[in-house]
Design a protein around this ligand. Sequence first.
Ligand code: CTP
Ligand code: MG
Length: 612
Amino acid sequence: MSVLFQKLLHTGKVNSFRKFLYPSLSHCKCLSERKFSDSHNKFVSFDEVAAQRRDEARRSLVIQVNSESSFNELYGYCSKYASINGIHHYKNSGGEHFMLVEFSTEQSMKDVLRNCSAHQKEHDVMALKSPFLWFRANSGKKAKLTIPTDVSLVIKDGNAITDEEKLNAELQACSNISDQMQLLYDRTTLNDIGVRLRYMVARQLEVVFESLYTNIEVRPFGSSVNGFGRMGCDLDLVLTNELTHQLSDPKKRLVYQEKKCSSGVRPWQRHLELVAELLELRVAGVSRVTRILHARVPIVKYAHELAGLDCDLCYGNLSGVYMSELLWALGTLDARARPLTQCVRRWAAAHALTSAHAGRWVTNFPLTLMVLFFLQQRGVLPSVKNLINRAGKEDIRIAEENVNCTFLRDMNKLPTECYGQNEANLETLLLQFFEFYSQFDFSEKAISVIEGKAIRKPNSQPLYIVNPLENMLNVSRNVSYEECERLKAEIRNAAWQLEAGSDDKKSDDWGLLSLIEKKSSRGLKRLLRVGNSHRLVAVKDLFNEDDDSDKEEGFRSKLERLTQKSDKVEESVKEMKEDLEKNSKEKKDKKINFKNSQVASEVFRIRRDKMV
Ligand code: CTP
Ligand code: MG
């Protein structure tokens, strides 16, 4: 039993520990009730969580409303026909309001749809049912609402991303780096409504495609569900239509006539083309559909405007789901794994080691494996080999291309001496992480979480991280020599910074802040400290993403003037300029988004008068 868990058991704090382990699930009534009452099972498996989330999604609807104050009317209207478990409010990136309503049963949800739903008659719309709806204003006389006094929104503005300045202020007020790391994790990890919404988007596709493909399942994977996601992370989806034994029973004699795909080796490439067309034409909320069909894993990328999400949809990639399961299992074993990973991911993003775009740099997934590998070195986590050796019959999973994804699923069966053998706090682990990789021989060694130790590199790829489920593959084969060198240099810098870090809690970038603040903000702060205090400007004003081009111009000229003032700030200015360029590029990307939400807002405006 882990030392931390033993302590909590003695102090009777197990329930709060569970909440701490699964913060994103703490709002989920059914899950938390089941977990809390089951004192034998310390760990909840990925399959249990996924089944619960899928079940919730089947019982839920997402309804666009006028504002959060539509709650009473919506609750009053729907509760006449069905019992409601909870209503969660959120806004999308266009500032439009939505309520995710969870009903007590799937039948209740269907009753509400049968009694209350309708299509809008419009000549250019071909009607289609889905779990995304909007709440029309009452055209008749307003009925008196009787809402029980104890019901209210489960959460208001639930998927708002924490304000950076507020977060920085909170981090500054912490008393040590471990607290900063925990706070950063608590404030930025993907929350309950974030997970619910992702399962709703998956459910919507199932509903739309159900009549086209038998036994269709659309399952989220990646950081949305593996426990390492942050608020606003992308949604990875996999579409499967595997036939169960029952559906393909050879004893049954009436066999469906079916359509053979004549395109040869990869029929699903053609089906994904169709899916992309359908997404564009038939699925409410979908925009910016991009087809990447000739990659090793063909995907369709799209934006879901109603849910405010960017999605990547692929077909049949079950190994991605099993990988998420593995990461979930390792993440649950020790409460320090996720906060440490979140800090490392955040540090990498702040130093532009990772990017929202794919390229020759490292991504969050291999970075996560680097953290897990480091934790294996410290006895905090077991090797994957250990989990493979302990697998039972119930753990056998074979993914596409016969990839064997068998490993122990139920972490309650893992002997306690296999993990948690180190009591170091988060701060110590963070420093040790950077020290460990400062000394790691990247030129000769590969990182293998399967073995739990470094192995000899089979080729000369600059960064070699063995795929935990396919040991012949390198998950970071895309990383260039230059990017690998940059990663190594930033790791050494971070180790040095943490070792040399001052204890001056009054400085505005003490502890974790110096590691995770964007270079641009750091450059500006340094600049303001070098005799320019009379020119103080709020960082927020300079980096406000909604700034118009006039402000950007103003910022440019401010920068020019400041440049002339002091030679010492030259380096900072260079960094800021680089970031400014990057900022403008990102803005350009966002403009596409704006164009779409403008269309959405237009539709919204037309409806608004009619919406409650
Ligand atoms: N994956 C994999 N092998 C790879 C890359 C990815 O199996 N070489 C799987 C992993 O399960 C990963 C998921 O695909 O979690 C999604 O990949 P990606 O979106 O790149 O990573 P995330 O973990 O989702 O992180 P992020 O928050 O950056 O999206
Ligand atoms: Mg992802």
